[in-house]
Design a protein around this ligand. Sequence first.
Ligand code: NAP
Length: 303
Amino acid sequence: MTDVIIIGAGPAGLTAAIYAQRAGKSVMLLEAKIYGGQIVNTPDIENYPGIKHISGFEYAQGLYEQAMSFGAEFKMEAALRIEDKGDYKIVKTANGDYEAKAVILATGAKNRPLGIEREADMVGKGVSYCATCDGMFYRGKRVAVNGGGNTAIEDAEFLSNVAEKVYVIHRRDEFRADAKDVERLKAKENVEFVLNSTVKSLVGEDKLTAIEVENKETGDVTTIEIDGLFIAIGQMPDNKAFADVAELDPKGYIQAGESCKTETPGVFTAGDCRTKEVRQLTTAAADGAIAALAAAQYIATLA
Ligand code: NAP
């Protein structure tokens, strides 16, 4: 039996793996996709203490190597559910069952869709959720970024160095993103802000050719001709599979405070998947440490 199974190998899960192993516990990491989580899509990290600048991919790679250097087992498998057996837990995947004394849920969050017609059908035909992954397809073309958070502003800056023209469409005229980054973007000649506006529809059959955008104040609908629309309107959690062992809030985040403890003894949570005010790389890493040390303490209480 493994001491700690960690579900999710983003910054929270990988940090938990480091701390749990340094506390002498064996660790299995289960990850449905590639390690690193959402941070791999961030071109530049400039706010992680002690590191002046690093790309998200490079950061994730270093963190993964650090976590694996202590001997953790990594399985690219999706955890489907957790069965609480009291002193131990069974984590079920499509490949079988894994037993652990404690489980840390570090499932992160996934991209929030806009919810407009044909959005899913147009992914890969002009609609994208990842500027660093798909931006190069739009070299010299016209694109729009929808959103007003750090991701949208960073995506727009990245695209402004690749595309001919970048529209930033945001539903308000104030931004959640860091003011410094918004100001830097505003100074770019090929970037145009379309504020108090929402994307209403996608134009083009097999390929995106334009979007229809509604100004919320005037009600006017304008057509903006673009080749690519990058949707960056935040993330949403996906924890339904674990709702029987970890209570969820109305938005689907795992109910847990700074202790990272869920309602089930032996089940902990870390990072963007839990209820919290600030979702940052630093807070994900901090959660990973707290959850791992709490799991180690919990294991010590078992007979
Ligand atoms: P976010 O901060 O939640 O921002 C989402 C943006 O999308 C907001 O501007 C929001 O508008 C808008 N939005 C939400 N739902 C919408 C809808 N249905 N239609 C139109 N617009 C909608 O998300 P994020 O930018 O992905 O960032 C997530 C977290 O990661 C944040 O804590 C962020 O600071 C962090 N992050 C940090 C960095 C960094 O520090 N380098 C980089 C990327 C992300 P309103 O403002 O009107 O609500």
